[in-house]
Write a protein that binds this ligand. Structure first.
Ligand code: PMT
Length: 405
């Protein structure tokens, strides 16, 4: 039995041959206790009848914005507020493209655009359409926005070709729905400061000293915290990323000094900080006001150390605040991380090494070892930065009371 009792689920049907499997999905959701409403695009009615879906869901199926017989309006906002989950199955390439572009030219897409609940899509199409860069870019866009994509399976397709494009089986979609609706983990802290990304230290109006941080690790931490109900202050260096969750307040900074000022400003009103940013250790003493001209002579730049933000927070933090830092190392990894943990007065330090393939800067994955101030050591294999973020938060939550006692 799946945990769906009393859950409000909208099932959206678009015009794919796989729509016949959606009848089984609806039946399964209802049998497991969910209250299901079905929305169909006009074209999908050629593939499965509204009568089948209405009978299985025990409610009339909606397709149009209003009932032409009596003028009754199908309120898309009310529908999207009602739902705990919106599953689009099958999701055609056309509907996915419209979702990515924010188009709302039928009832299903309009409900999707106003949805506050999680949206899940189970694509179904021919393999070439699935592989097409346009579809793949749309899938990336939707994933980044938090849409759960249930990847299509490989096998024989309606076109007679073989490849990836078959809609996942209804059992798997129903399981994914139950998993998505399962109560999210919570944490004991309410407000957390996270730093992310690189800093840019100005050399002249066109050049800076930077590093390879993309911000992915820090943003993953901010999203994971926000999903657990934490209010996050995300102090971010220059990245191409945008936070998705409404619980994240982003403060954009450019250089190490601005990052120092922003963290100092917000730290006292938080339960603690996770310092994931790759902050410059040195900055030019005298940035040039005009572009430095190229000459044949070597150029010497005088640099001074930046303020160590982690050390400053370590000095001023209250007993009830936690401090988690990162260490990016290339050699003598554990010894260097241990030293930073102690000198910067942190509770935990997350070590990632550039010697591990897939770890550190720019990648979607990371491989970490967490050290705590009581000598504890926790090692984790390579996994995506979202899972790493969850692990860091779980480790912090589980051990912080013991470490502080
Ligand atoms: O952004 P991504 O591409 O996803 O990459 C993630 C990451 C590799 C940047 C991240 O996982 C990471 O390791 N961040 C810390 C990088 C770093 O600067 O490490 P460090 O060993 O030089 O610094 C140690 C700690 O001191 C860090 O918590 C850092 O934020 C902090 N620090 C450093 C210098 C400084 N002036 N002030 C600081 O607070």
């Amino acid at each position: 039995m799946l945990e769906l009792n009393g859950k409000h689920i909208i099932v959206g049907v678009t015009a794919g041959i796989a729509a016949y499997k959606t009848a089984t999905l609806v039946r399964m959701l209802v049998k497991n206790g969910a209250d299901v409403r079905v929305l169909m695009t006009p074209a999908s009615k050629h593939l499965i009848t509204p009568l089948t879906m209405a009978t299985l869901s025990k409610h009339p199926v909606l397709t149009e914005f209003y009932n032409p017989e009596n003028g009754e309006w199908n309120n898309h906002v009310r529908m999207s507020l009602w739902a705990d989950l919106f599953i689009i199955a099958p999701a055609t390439a056309n509907t996915l493209a419209k979702m990515a572009a924010g188009i709302a030219d039928n009832l299903l897409l309009t409900v999707c655009l106003s949805a506050r609940c999680p949206v899940m899509a189970a694509p179904a199409m021919d393999a070439d359409m699935w592989q097409h860069p346009a579809t793949q870019e749309n899938i990336q866009t939707l994933r980044k926005r938090g849409v759960y994509i249930i990847d299509p399976a490989c096998g024989e397709l309606a076109s007679g070709l073989d490849g990836q494009g078959r809609m996942e089986e209804p059992e798997r979609i129903a399981e994914a729905a139950a998993q998505c609706l399962r109560k999210k983990k919570t944490v004991s802290f309410k407000r957390v400061l996270v730093t992310a990304g690189p800093t840019h230290e100005t050399i002249d109006p066109v050049r800076f000293i930077g590093n390879h941080s993309s911000g992915k690790m820090g943003y993953a931490l901010a999203e994971a915290l926000a999903q657990r109900g934490v209010q996050v202050i995300l102090v971010s260096g220059p990245t191409g990323l945008t936070p998705l969750h409404a619980g994240i307040e982003r403060v954009c900074v450019t250089n190490a000094h601005e990052m120092y000022e922003a963290t100092m400003h917000y730290f006292s009103e938080t339960d603690g900080a996770i310092l994931c940013a790759a902050v410059a250790d040195y900055t030019p003493v005298a940035p040039a006001a005009k572009k430095i001209k190229r000459t044949a002579a070597p150029l010497v730049l005088e640099l001074r150390p930046t303020i160590d933000i982690a050390a400053a927070l370590g000095q001023q933090r209250r007993d009830d605040q936690f401090l988690v830092g990162f260490a990016l190392e290339t050699d003598n990894e554990r010894a260097n991380a241990q030293k930073k943990l102690q000198t910067k007065k942190m509770d935990f330090i997350v070590l990632n090494s550039l010697n591990d393939e897939g770890a550190g800067f720019g990648t979607d994955t990371n491989k970490i070892t967490i050290l705590d101030s009581r000598g504890g050591l926790y090692e984790y294999p390579l996994q995506n930065k979202q899972s790493i973020a969850e692990i860091i938060i779980d480790t912090l939550e589980k051990n912080i009371t013991r470490i502080k006692s």
